[in-house]
Ligand binder design. Structure first.
Ligand code: 3MF
Ligand code: MG
Length: 345
């Protein structure tokens, strides 16, 4: 049979339900409890922002960061879990109000790179080589406020500084077209991998694709994934869902666009993603209206739906598919897919 998929999520995926227009609606859950829940819910790894793992990284030396992260690693290992990646969280710091790597102020750009090195120290302690760059505020609200030609050079310089700081790490860029900025730099995986190809060591720069981010760019997530997979550059995914062009909803996987979810699973299956050992990250959030105590189902539902769709992909009639393609009968092919998803005979 086939290799089993491995699942991951980040501490931010179990959260208090606050949004920009209202207060928290559920009590916070302590980190230790989240780790236990991670295992209990059937997940194999946790994802981290640097300060999810070690608070106030700026105030600690590399040795202190690594030591503190080793303690977190022990907590994970006690539950049989691994750390999948670390992402430098530049966007919560007032210094990074206008971006970090692409800030106009050279002192801020310096800070952003130093903070990223601290995230690498933490990754070492946690025992992962994978760094994720979600370029939250690397973009503009007002186009004239930055020189975009310079911005892309600065992004490359930051990536190169990280590669240079630790010869083992690998960087997965997580593209997103907007939010919190109006226009973000590196909006798609095409942009991410073009930048990667220019890095000092292109073999150590790849991508992470989030369903919602691709949808927000008006693109098909499964084709975005296929592009990265065909280049050997899909190093993680953030599966979730998104109901059209709205705020980044982080809905449960497949709950708005079942057919698109099926196609994401199909492409991962065709590429043998499970065998690659990479994780299925679920960047999903509980609905704000979900009551405390029943607010984990976004994770279990997403995982369950993913696995159900794996079965759907594996049991689709391949002969019929080939026949429809050979006959160029795409109406029949489409109906067969829908009938299969709906369990119609
Ligand atoms: C924002 C995101 C982020 C990233 C995370 C890890 C908070 O739209 O998707 O979630 O996934 O920072 O890179
Ligand atoms: Mg994400």
């Amino acid at each position: 049979m086939t290799t089993a998929y491995r699942f991951s999520f980040g501490p931010w995926n179990i959260h208090t339900g606050a949004d920009p227009f209202g207060p928290e609606v559920r009590p916070a859950i302590a980190f230790g409890r989240k780790v236990k829940l991670c295992r209990e819910l059937g997940f194999q790894a946790m994802q981290f922002h640097d300060d999810d793992a070690v608070p106030e990284p700026e105030k600690k030396t590399p040795a202190q960061l690594e030591k503190a992260a080793v303690e977190v690693r022990k907590i994970l290992e006690a539950e049989g879990l691994a750390a999948e990646f670390v992402a430098p969280r530049l966007w919560e710091n007032p210094l990074g109000i206008d971006g970090g790597y692409t800030a106009n102020d050279p002192a801020v750009r310096h800070w952003a790179i130093e903070r990223s090195k601290k995230a690498i120290d933490i990754a070492r302690g946690l025992g992962t080589k994978l760094m994720v760059l979600w370029l939250a505020r690397e973009g503009t609200y007002i186009r004239e406020s930055k020189n975009a030609l310079d911005s892309h050079k600065y992004l490359l310089a930051a990536i190169n500084a990280m590669l240079e700081y630790d010869k083992e790490i690998e960087i997965a860029i997580e593209p997103k077209p907007n939010e919190p900025t109006d226009h973000a730099y590196i909006p798609t995986i095409g942009h991410a991998l073009a930048l990667a190809s220019q890095a000092a060591d292109p073999s150590r720069v790849g991508g992470l694709i989030e369903t919602a981010h691709a949808l927000l760019a008006g693109l098909d997530p499964s084709d975005e994934m296929a592009f990265a997979l065909s280049l050997g550059k899909l190093w993680s995914v953030h599966l979730n869902d998104q109901n059209g062009l709205k705020f980044d909803e982080d809905k449960s996987f497949g709950m708005a666009n079942l057919r698109a979810a099926y196609n994401q699973v199909r492409i991962l299956e065709l590429a043998g993603y499970a065998e690659s050992g990479r994780y299925i990250g679920l960047d999903v959030k509980a609905l704000r209206t979900q009551k405390a105590g029943a607010d984990l189902r976004h994770l279990t539902n997403s995982r369950q739906l993913f696995l159900a769709l794996v079965e759907k992909v594996r049991t689709f009639d391949r002969k019929l598919e080939q026949q429809c393609v050979a006959d160029r009968d795409y109406e029949a092919l489409e109906m067969a897919v829908i009938a299969h998803l709906m369990g119609l005979k």
